[in-house]
Design a protein around this ligand. Structure first.
Ligand code: PGA
Length: 243
């Protein structure tokens, strides 16, 4: 794991955008694995800026998002479909056919999940996967558990995740209790990974991810076994690390 520590989240976004730009320029048809939440916003803003300056294009880019809530209409203001369009897709030259976000309301969830995995494989696999981390150590919506997950699946969200997500909803009872998420195996198959975290509230999870044992009780700890991970932190998120 390469660990880099920055002063501001804007600097973190610039560094992540440099890595993503590099991948976009080195592949004819780059495949990006994307995340939602507060964490990727400075990176997306930086990528939009570079697109507007004519430095990068998304014309040949395919994207696969990590997760989506189950039960929210696609156009709900809190769906990840809406988030991705507002924060990135509507502002760059990506072809809508190349955008893939898990369907939170499929007729047959099991069939949908197998197709999502197959589509990623058919695209040639993910060149670079962007990840945030939950306060409980989750990546995507892979919550702490007693085993590492495999392909895309429907997950019951933990109390800690529901608590963290409720800031976006009017009341806690509106927060979805289930999501569709790529599994740990999908994430580990990406050729390169960025994991970004800022703020004290992520420090414990970051410590467990980097210095703890590899254990499904901290799903992000599996990244210790991946050969090409960039961990991008601010001082607060790195504050409990020994080294
Ligand atoms: P955040 O979420 O970026 O909103 O902090 C990260 C996550 O829960 O994976």
């Amino acid at each position: 794991m390469e660990v880099k520590i920055f002063e501001t989240k804007e600097q973190m976004g610039i560094y992540a955008a440099d890595i993503i730009e590099n991948v976009m320029k080195s592949k004819e048809f780059p495949v990006l694995g994307l995340a939602t939440g507060d964490t990727p916003i400075t990176t997306y803003n930086e990528l939009i800026k570079r697109y507007k300056n004519g430095e990068i294009s998304f014309k040949n880019v395919k994207t696969y998002n990590l997760d989506e809530y189950v039960g929210l209409p696609k156009n709900d203001k809190n769906s990840y479909y809406t988030f991705m369009h507002e924060h990135l897709f509507d502002k760059v030259d990506i072809d809508s056919e190349n955008i893939h976000i898990p369907d939170g309301n499929p007729a047959d969830i099991e069939k949908f999940c197998r197709e999502y995995d197959r589509e990623i494989d058919d695209a040639g696999g993910i060149d670079i996967q962007f990840l945030g981390i939950g306060r409980n150590g989750h990546i995507g919506f892979n919550e702490p558990s007693d085993k590492f997950t495999e392909g895309t699946y429907k997950v019951k969200l933990t109390e800690s995740t529901i608590e963290a997500n409720k800031r976006f909803f009017e009341k806690e009872s509106d927060v979805p209790k289930y999501a569709v998420t790529m599994g740990i195996k999908n994430i580990m198959k990406a050729r390169e990974i960025i994991l970004m975290a800022y703020g004290f509230n992520k420090a414990e999870a970051v410590k467990n991810m980097i210095e703890g044992p590899v254990s499904p009780s901290c799903p992000a700890s599996i990244l210790q076994n991946h050969p090409n991970v960039h961990v991008i932190l601010d001082k607060d998120a790195s504050s409990l690390l020994k080294k």
